[in-house]
Design a protein around this ligand. Structure first.
Ligand code: CA2
Length: 184
């Protein structure tokens, strides 16, 4: 490709547009880690590793691996790259939030029981400058009163609850829209 200028210098482009449809690569082929990346962290809190294995009447039959696969398919449609994690440890979720604030453009989080207890997760999320979508598989508002309060809702752009595991896919669609709007 020849670029303009008085001396008509010639540049070889290492990356063509078709190699990089969503603009994540720099001309040296390295991945950008700017706030405008399309990396989405999907974080899951305690006991969600048991999804599909216990209490199907509340949480359905899909396993967390099924949810990850569904999210992967939707992410591809939306040109998002996902980092999908689950932990039973509060500190681990906080560490992933810290990682996301450096590398990602958004978080989808089902903090599970930490939703109702964790000021530490709220504080970590408050350091992020991108959209955060809170997801609950069950309709927490039809359940015990202690599930009606969420610390995470104080920082979330939106909350999806009661749509089963489909809620994660809905959250990714919303996150992609918010990332696109932030670019304008
Ligand atoms: O509805 C949700 O997604 C919840 O975040 C799930 C949490 C609960 O504490 C929240 O109030 C609402 C519990 C996650 C436990 O997941 C299990 C999954 C299958 C079997 C047993 C537990």
């Amino acid at each position: 490709m020849v670029l303009g200028g008085s001396k008509q210098q010639r540049f070889d482009l290492i990356v063509s547009f078709s190699d990089d449809p969503i603009g994540r690569l720099q001309t040296d082929g390295q991945q950008k880690e700017s706030p405008m990346s399309r990396i989405a962290y999907i974080l899951n809190g305690p006991n969600l590793n048991l999804l599909g294995k216990r209490q199907p009447a509340i949480y359905g039959h899909e396993t967390l691996a099924d949810v990850e696969a569904d999210c992967g398919r939707v992410a591809q449609e939306l040109s998002l790259e996902i980092k999908f994690h689950q932990s039973n440890a509060e500190y681990q979720i906080i560490d992933w939030i810290h990682e996301a604030r450096e590398h990602a453009s958004g978080i989808v989080i089902n903090p599970a029981a930490f939703t109702h207890t964790s000021v530490a997760i709220l504080d970590a999320l408050n350091t992020c400058e991108f959209p955060i979508i809170e997801v609950h598989i069950s309709n927490v508002h039809r359940r015990e009163a202690f599930r009606h309060h969420s610390y995470v809702s104080l920082v979330a752009s939106g909350v999806i609850a009661g749509f089963g595991t489909q809620g994660y896919q809905l959250a990714l669609h919303r996150l992609a829209r918010l990332i696109d709007e932030a670019k304008k």
